[in-house]
Design a protein around this ligand. Structure first.
Ligand code: HEM
Length: 153
């Protein structure tokens, strides 16, 4: 269970990251591809390029969604004890990932990449408490998306 302090830590770090979405999106994808080079071709905007584009709106949109929905999942975990993004959104997220060939283990490496990106982004504000809060919220969100993928497969 997340504490009020952890919720505050996540919100505070998201406020910082939000100030430079292009930079943190680029770092997130750099880190994802370091961990799982094979994941590159899953993404339409990376398929025909050898380099991670610096300013691609789709790349930015994906990264920003991962940050934002994880952050919202912290709030929902604190206030309602679970991930409660709308059923329709969750079903949609399940199908998008299923259709694009994403597998459950991909979620674990995106989690590692996400935590590393936040650590780099917040610098000395980083702490174990902050890491656990982002990690726990991401796990809940990822489990909900994977559940939808499995229900549809
Ligand atoms: C697409 C969110 C994790 C790969 C999308 C879209 C959203 C999204 C909202 C739809 C983009 C759009 O059409 O507007 C999330 C969230 C995640 C997550 C919130 C984690 C909590 C992952 C993981 C992978 C992945 C782990 C695999 C490495 C993809 C791919 C697409 C996609 C390949 C299609 C993008 C394209 O080619 O245009 N994701 N995603 N996502 N996601 Fe994720």
């Amino acid at each position: 269970m997340l504490s009020e302090k952890q919720e505050a830590l996540v919100k505070e770090s998201w406020e910082l990251l939000k100030q430079d979405i292009p930079l943190h999106s680029f770092r997130l994808f750099t880190s994802i591809l370091e961990k799982a080079p094979g994941a590159k071709d899953l993404f339409s905007f990376l398929r025909d390029t050898d380099e991670i584009p610096q300013n691609n709106p789709k790349l930015r949109a994906h990264a920003a969604k991962v940050f934002r929905l994880t952050c919202e999942s912290v709030v929902q975990l604190r206030e309602k004890g679970g991930v409660l993004i709308g059923d329709a959104t969750l079903k949609w997220l399940g199908s998008v990932h299923l259709q694009n060939g994403v597998l459950a283990p991909h979620f674990e490496m995106v989690k590692e990449a996400l935590l590393k990106t936040i650590e780099e982004g917040v610098g000395e504000k980083w702490s174990e408490e902050m890491e656990n809060a982002w990690g726990e919220a991401y796990d809940h969100l990822a489990a909900a998306i994977i559940g939808e993928m499995q229900a549809e497969a």
